[in-house]
Design a protein around this ligand. Structure first.
Ligand SMILES: *[C@@H]1O[C@H](CO)[C@@H](O)[C@H](O)[C@H]1NC(C)=O
Ligand SMILES: *[C@@H]1O[C@H](CO)[C@@H](O)[C@H](O)[C@H]1NC(C)=O
Ligand SMILES: [Ca+2]
Length: 263
């Protein structure tokens, strides 16, 4: 048994909480809405502002999508998509969507902060992708317990799917993931199809594991009241898919503070 001690996302959460606040005991942040409009923000695995235009296009394509257009980005912004990081979008334009004016981000402006069409396509930024298919799965889950399934389950999942499930339960609770069935195209590094689990409100920080193959992953317990699951399938070979459930438990029920147990 491997034991992972993860860095807690608490600092980040507190920082975000000041900016966005809580409603009905549930932490609200616009990042959860990105799925609704099919637009999402990505940065390089190497970190912020590391993608040339060509690489940015490749990132979106890899996930079955394409660069977002200005209109798609604006549509997402209008339902609360707020990201403080400049990224490439359609036709070599760079900018970012601002919902809430702040001194540190967007020069106090609200709207798409537009850096215009970049002449130098070797400049490095993040990227905004659009994938209409990603609407068909995933979502924001706030119930104290739920079943999560791969798209189409119990049928095989299809190629080129991308799903994000953002789980957020009440403050002071922790989330326990328990896998019921698991069958995802197998390869050694899980580069083809995979399910990823993050101990945070996004899929950038708090990486907790990447799974593929047929082995049922062990239970995973969050450190805080949020968790993100990401499922991605590539362009060929599908499998049976997965089914898991999560349940919310009061943090006081756990004897370990900030520790996760993975297989
Ligand atoms: C284009 O941008 C890259 C990366 O910022 C820089 O290294 C390069 O010098 C720029 N090219 C021109 C012609 O300005
Ligand atoms: C959690 O950690 C705190 C201090 O680090 C400790 O006092 C407390 O007993 C721990 N709680 C549990 C349930 O282990
Ligand atoms: Ca596949």
């Amino acid at each position: 048994m491997r034991v992972f001690t993860l860095l807690t996302a608490l600092c980040l959460l507190l920082k975000e909480a000041q900016a966005w606040g809580y409603k009905d005991g549930i932490f609200h942040n616009s990042i959860w809405l990105e799925q609704a409009a099919g637009v999402y923000h990505r940065e390089s695995r190497k970190g912020r502002y590391q993608l040339t235009y060509k690489e940015a296009k490749a990132v979106c394509k890899y996930e079955g999508g394409s660069l977002a257009t200005y209109q798609q980005l604006e549509a997402a912004r209008q339902i609360g998509f707020h990201v403080c990081a400049a990224g490439w979008f359609d036709r070599g334009r760079v900018g970012y969507p601002i919902v809430k004016a702040g001194a540190k981000c967007g020069f106090g402006k609200i709207g798409i902060v537009d850096y215009g069409y970049r002449l130098n396509k070797s400049e490095k930024w993040d990227v905004y992708c659009y994938n209409p298919n990603s609407k068909e799965c995933g979502g924001v889950l706030t119930d104290p317990k739920r079943i999560i399934q791969s798209p189409g389950f119990p049928d095989e999942y299809q190629d080129e799917q991308i799903c994000y499930w953002h789980i957020r339960v009440k403050l002071g609770q922790r989330i326990v993931l328990h896998f019921l069935e698991f069958d995802v195209e197998d390869d050694t590094a899980c580069l083809a199809d995979y399910l990823e689990v993050y101990d945070s409100y996004d899929d950038v920080s708090g990486f907790a594991g990447r799974f593929c193959g047929e082995e049922l992953p062990d239970d995973i317990i969050s450190t805080g009241n949020v968790m993100t699951l990401k499922f991605l399938s590539d362009a060929s070979v599908t499998a049976g898919g997965f089914q898991l459930h999560y349940t919310a438990h009061d943090a006081s029920q756990f004897s370990h503070n900030h520790t996760h147990y993975l297989h």
